[in-house]
Design a protein. Structure first.
Ligand SMILES: Nc1ncnc2c1ncn2[C@@H]1O[C@H](COP(=O)(O)OP(=O)(O)OP(=O)(O)O)[C@@H](O)[C@H]1O
Ligand SMILES: O=c1ccn([C@@H]2O[C@H](COP(=O)(O)O)[C@@H](O)[C@H]2O)c(=O)[nH]1
Length: 241
């Protein structure tokens, strides 16, 4: 079967950590990790270079510690470690499919995976490996959305695809407001001005400064990643006018 022609050469996928828990209340549902890996494999087979940042919301978020009076920085360290666990799970699922991949962590743990550097990331991407960026930015008070924008800029990604629990950006959180309406397109500036909380402000600002489009789509729609990379419209696209 012929592969569709991709509209991008290199992309950064921000994969929802929360989605990885599937129907469970916590942790990793391997069938979900395998399905996500299948979607990534499909895009890799189109000849597209793929970087992935995976969240940690299925395991731990630092704000949970802070909200109970604990130390936010320690909580964030725990959250960043959670993203490493998810990255290792996704790498395992990719390798089961025969997809060559490398986990690069912002926090050095050489017994487990390589440390992040831009050079290492570009080296692996140019050789066709999927690169999974673990450990977020390596700094507390950030999220993996910011890590996605940062790594996206560092590798020169032509787009950041945020695969999340909802199928685009809405006028309000659709999980809380059933009357919320979905946007087809927005500028980075509009996302910031309207306070649309699907992605954090730092991430959107960094993508804006580097003129990187962001596409928000449902990670639950099988094959959506490949369809977007092939130029089909899915979810909401955030780009300069
Ligand atoms: N205006 C909005 N439009 C769409 N979603 C919104 C909006 N405001 C808030 N949200 C919520 O933001 C969520 C995405 O946030 P977040 O990035 O924390 O989750 P995630 O993609 O599952 O990431 P993680 O990897 O951290 O688990 C959506 O599931 C949605 O409920
Ligand atoms: O750069 C970063 C990235 C993440 N964290 C912490 O990890 C958790 C999980 O990431 P999510 O983006 O929420 O999935 C996050 O809540 C932070 O506590 C971080 O400190 N720095």
């Amino acid at each position: 079967m012929t592969q569709p022609t991709p509209v991008y050469k290199r992309v950064l996928l921000k994969a929802s950590g929360e989605a990885l828990m599937g129907e469970q209340g916590f942790g990793i549902d391997v069938t979900v990790a395998d399905r996500m890996a299948g979607d990534i494999a499909e895009v890799r087979a189109m000849g597209v270079q793929v970087g992935v940042v995976v969240g940690g919301g299925n395991i731990f978020r630092g704000v949970a510690v802070a909200s109970k009076g604990g130390d936010r920085v320690t909580g964030d360290h725990m959250g960043m470690l959670a993203t490493v666990i998810n990255a290792l799970a996704l790498a395992t699922s990719l390798r089961k499919l025969g997809v060559d991949c490398e986990v690069l962590s912002a926090i050095s743990m050489p017994e487990i995976c390589q440390s992040f550097s831009q050079r290492a990331a570009l080296h692996h991407l140019e050789r066709g490996k999927v690169v999974i960026f673990a450990g977020g930015t390596g700094n507390p008070f950030f999220t993996t959305d910011s890590a996605a924008a940062l790594r996206g800029a560092e590798i020169g990604a032509q787009a950041i695809l945020k695969g999340t629990q909802v199928d685009g950006i809405y006028s309000a959180d659709p999980k809380k407001d059933p009357t919320a309406t979905r946007f087809d397109t927005l500028t980075h500036e509009e996302v910031l001005q309207k306070g649309l909380a699907v992605m954090d402000v730092a991430a959107v600002a960094l993508a804006r400064e580097n003129s990187i489009p962001i596409i928000v789509f449902s990670i639950h729609e099988k094959g959506a990643f490949a369809k977007i990379v092939a130029g089909e419209v899915r979810g909401t696209i955030v780009k300069d006018k």
